[in-house]
Design a binder for this molecule. Structure first.
Ligand SMILES: [Zn+2]
Length: 353
C-alpha cells in the first residue's frame, strides 16, 4: 500500500479541519465484504435481480451512509459475486438447501452457519471478510454469532433494498449493535414489545418499532415532536432514522436507516478493531484526555494522550480517533497516520488556542 509521509487530520461534518491534506486511500480503513449468492437447486439459477452491478450499487449506497458517520470506514468487495450450491442441492450441507428458506425455524439459522464453517469451500467462505449470503425471497435477514471472529455470517434476501440497507443493519449486529428498541425486541405487533428495552447504548433514546416521531418525543420528553428544541428533535431523528431501528421497514424514503449515534459508532469500531479485525485493513485507537484509568485504546478504555495514540497506531494504515478536548502536547510524527475527531466537538493539540 502506498503511504505518504505526512499527517492527515480528518475532521468530519462541522468540526474544523486542521492540516487537511488531499484524501487518499490511506485515509480510510477498508472493511472487506464477500457476497455469495445461493442458486436454485431445481435449475441452478440465481434469484432474480441478483448480479454484480446491483451488489456494487448496494455497496456504494452503504458507503455513502458510512461517509456521513465520519469514522473513516468503507466497505470493499473481495471480488465478483460467487455462486454457491447447485442443481440437486436439496439437502444439507449443500448451500442450495437454504435457497428459498424462510428461516422461521431458528434451528435453520444455526445450521447454515455451522454448515458454512464446516464446509468452507462449498460456501466460498472467506476468513478475512464479512460473509454475506443472498438467498431467494423478500423478507429475511439475520446475523449469527457476531461476536465470534471468523465464524459469523449474514443472510439477506434478494429484494431491492436488502443487499444494501438491510446489509448495513445486519453488519451493525455483526459489529455488536442491538436494535434501538432493545436487544431482544423486534416488532410491536403480535405480542411483541410494548415497553422499550435497553439497547446498551446510552445516547440513543428509548424506542419502539411502532412509534412515530411524535410518540418517541412524547415518551422521552413529555411533549410532541414539534414542541421540542432542535437538539431534542435531532435526538429523536437519530433514533427514528437509525440504521438499527425498524422504522420505515415498508416505506420508501432515503432518510430511513441512515443514522448511527456516536456511541453506536464507538461500539461498531471497537468490534471492527478486535473480534472482527481480520475483516479490516486497519484498526482505530481512541484517545480521550479525561481518561485517568486503564488505557488500552478501546472506546471504553481510551489512551490519554495523542502521543500514545500515535505510538499505538505506529503507521500501519490505522486511525487515531481523538475525542474533544485540549491536548497540550509536542508531537513528533515519524510514520503515516490518520487522526480523526468525532462529528461534534473540538480538539486542540499543542499550546495555541
Ligand atoms: Zn436486526
Amino acid at each position: 500500500m502506498k503511504r505518504t509521509k505526512h499527517i492527515m487530520l480528518i475532521a468530519a461534518m462541522s468540526a474544523p479541519c486542521v492540516f487537511c491534506a488531499s484524501a487518499n486511500a490511506d485515509d480510510i480503513i477498508k472493511v472487506r465484504v464477500s457476497y455469495k449468492v445461493v442458486v436454485n437447486p431445481v435449475d441452478g439459477t440465481r434469484p432474480p435481480g441478483v448480479n454484480d452491478a446491483d451488489i456494487d450499487a448496494a455497496v456504494e449506497g452503504m458507503n455513502a451512509i458510512m461517509e456521513t458517520f465520519g469514522r473513516g470506514y468503507r466497505f470493499v468487495r473481495t471480488g465478483a459475486l460467487i455462486d454457491i450450491g447447485g442443481i440437486g442441492g436439496f439437502f444439507r450441507p449443500n448451500p442450495s438447501y437454504y435457497y428459498g428458506n424462510g428461516f422461521a425455524d431458528t434451528q435453520d439459522r444455526a445450521n447454515i452457519e455451522s454448515d458454512a464453517v464446516a464446509n468452507k469451500s462449498l460456501y466460498a467462505w472467506n476468513d478475512n471478510a464479512i460473509n454475506l449470503f443472498v438467498i431467494s425471497g423478500g423478507g429475511i435477514s439475520f446475523d449469527i454469532g457476531g461476536n465470534e471472529p471468523g465464524q459469523a455470517l449474514i443472510v439477506i434476501s434478494s429484494g431491492a433494498d436488502a443487499k444494501g440497507k438491510t446489509a448495513i443493519h445486519e453488519i451493525g449486529h455483526y459489529m455488536g449493535l442491538c436494535h434501538t428498541q432493545g436487544c431482544s425486541c423486534g416488532s410491536c405487533a403480535g405480542g411483541g414489545c410494548i415497553i422499550p428495552e435497553d439497547d446498551r447504548i446510552s445516547d440513543t433514546l428509548p424506542d419502539l418499532e411502532c412509534w412515530d416521531q411524535d410518540l418517541i418525543a412524547t415518551f422521552n420528553f413529555g411533549v410532541g415532536y414539534s414542541s421540542l428544541t432542535p437538539g431534542q428533535q435531532t435526538r429523536v431523528d437519530n433514533v427514528f432514522f437509525n440504521v438499527m431501528s425498524y422504522h420505515g421497514e415498508d416505506q420508501a424514503g432515503d432518510n430511513y436507516h441512515t443514522r448511527e449515534t456516536e456511541l453506536q459508532l464507538d461500539e461498531w469500531v471497537d468490534k471492527a478493531s478486535s473480534s472482527h479485525a481480520a475483516d479490516c485493513d486497519g484498526i482505530t485507537y481512541f484517545v480521550d484526555a479525561t481518561n485517568n484509568g486503564i488505557q488500552t485504546g478501546t472506546s471504553e478504555l481510551p489512551l490519554r494522550t495523542v502521543a500514545k495514540g500515535l505510538n499505538f497506531a505506529n503507521g500501519g494504515g490505522n486511525i487515531v480517533l481523538v475525542r474533544p478536548g485540549n491536548y497540550p502536547e509536542n508531537l513528533h510524527i515519524t510514520s503515516p497516520v490518520t487522526l480523526r475527531v468525532p462529528r461534534t466537538g473540538k480538539v486542540t493539540i499543542g499550546s495555541h488556542h
